[in-house]
Design a binder for this molecule. Structure first.
Ligand SMILES: Nc1ncnc2c1ncn2[C@@H]1O[C@H](COP(=O)(O)OP(=O)(O)OP(=O)(O)O)[C@@H](O)[C@H]1O
Ligand SMILES: [Mg+2]
Length: 282
C-alpha cells in the first residue's frame, strides 16, 4: 500500500518531475465571505496530493476553481501549462473530476453512464467502445456493466464515477472525498485503484479527504486548510515528525493545526450536504 510513498521524499513539489499544477494567490469570495484565501501551491506530475481540512475549510471550492467550474475572485492557476481562466477548454481536456456529490445516473446502466461521458469528452466514435471496456475492466466493473446503477453498492458507484472521469485519459484527476460513505474494504479498493492509475498511467491525483489514515497512506504530500487558508503543507511523515509527541498520527497533526475538528466544523448547510453525500452511497 505504501509503494507510492516509498520512492519519494518531498518538501515542496518533486523537483525531478515537471510541475503540472500551480496556483498563485488563488482566492474565492462569496459576497463578503472569503472561502479560499490566497492559495499558493505546486503539484508535480505523478504526485498524489491531498487537501485536508474540517468541514467548510474551502477544499471543494479549491477543486471547483481548478476544474474551471467556479471562477476565482483573484489569483491565478495553471494546469499542464494552461490557465484556468483564459484557457478553460484546454484545461478541461487535461483533467478528470469526481465531485463530492453524485455524478452517475442511477436509472442508466454502468455502460450507458460511461457512454454519456465518452460523448461529453469527445472521444472518437471508433474508440469509444474500447475505452469504455478498458475503464470497466480497470475498475473491476465488467460484470456489472449492463446493470442499472441504482442496483450498485456504494463502492461500485464510486468506481464507476472514477471510470467516467478517466475515460479521456486525463493528466490530472480530481477526487473530492472519493471514499466518503464506503466501508473499509471498498475504501481500500479505491485506494489501490488510485495508486494503480498513477503507476500505470502516470496520472497526477489531487484529492480531498476527511480520513487521515487515507491521506497518510496514499498521499505524497498533504496541505491542511482551515478557514480558507493553507496552514501547513508537507509530506505526512514530516508533518508527524514535527509534533513534539511520541508516535503521532496524521490525526494528531490535523488536530494540532486545526483545533478539534468537531468544534471547528462548518455550517448546518455543510453538514447536511456531507450527510446527503454519505447517505447516497450508504
Ligand atoms: N455557492 C456558495 N455560496 C456561498 N457560500 C459558499 C458557496 N459554496 C461554498 N460556500 C461556503 O464556502 C465555505 C467553504 O466551502 P467548501 O464546500 O469549499 O468546504 P469544504 O472544505 O469542501 O467542506 P466539506 O468538508 O464539508 O466538504 C463554506 O463555509 C461554505 O458554506
Ligand atoms: Mg467539500
Amino acid at each position: 500500500m505504501n509503494e507510492t510513498k516509498s520512492d519519494v521524499s518531498l518538501i515542496t513539489a518533486r523537483d525531478d518531475r515537471p510541475i503540472i499544477l500551480e496556483t498563485q494567490g488563488l482566492t474565492r469570495k462569496f459576497h463578503q465571505f472569503t472561502a479560499v484565501d490566497r492559495l499558493d501551491l505546486t503539484v508535480s506530475s505523478g504526485e498524489i496530493f491531498g487537501l485536508l481540512g474540517p468541514n467548510g475549510a474551502g477544499k471543494s471550492t479549491v477543486i471547483k476553481m481548478l476544474t474551471t467550474l467556479l471562477p476565482p475572485t483573484a489569483g491565478r492557476a495553471k494546469i499542464a501549462g494552461f490557465d484556468i481562466r483564459g484557457q478553460a477548454a484546454q484545461v478541461r481536456r487535461q483533467i478528470g473530476y469526481v465531485p463530492q456529490s453524485l455524478s452517475a445516473d442511477g436509472t442508466l446502466t454502468g455502460y450507458e453512464n460511461l457512454l454519456i461521458f465518452a460523448k461529453l469528452y469527445d472521444i472518437p466514435h471508433r474508440v469509444q467502445r474500447v475505452r469504455i471496456r478498458e475503464a470497466l475492466e480497470f475498475m473491476g466493473l465488467q460484470e456489472a456493466a449492463d446493470r442499472l446503477v441504482r442496483t450498485y453498492s456504494g463502492g461500485m458507484i464510486r468506481r464507476l464515477e472514477i471510470a467516467q472521469a478517466i475515460l479521456h485519459q486525463p493528466a490530472v484527476l480530481f477526487l473530492d472525498e472519493p471514499t466518503v460513505g464506503l466501508d473499509p474494504l471498498a475504501r481500500s479498493v479505491v485506494w489501490e485503484l488510485v495508486q494503480q492509475l498513477r503507476t500505470n498511467y502516470g496520472t497526477t491525483v489531487f484529492l480531498t479527504t476527511h480520513f487521515m489514515e487515507e491521506a497518510d497512506s496514499l498521499c505524497h504530500r498533504v496541505a491542511i486548510m482551515h478557514q480558507g487558508s493553507v496552514i501547513v503543507m508537507d509530506t505526512p511523515d514530516r508533518l508527524k515528525a514535527s509534533l513534539a509527541q511520541a508516535n503521532p498520527t496524521l490525526d494528531d497533526v490535523f488536530i494540532h493545526y486545526t483545533g478539534n475538528p468537531l468544534e471547528s466544523g462548518g455550517t448546518y448547510r455543510d453538514t447536511s450536504r456531507l450527510r446527503r453525500t454519505t447517505q447516497r452511497l450508504g
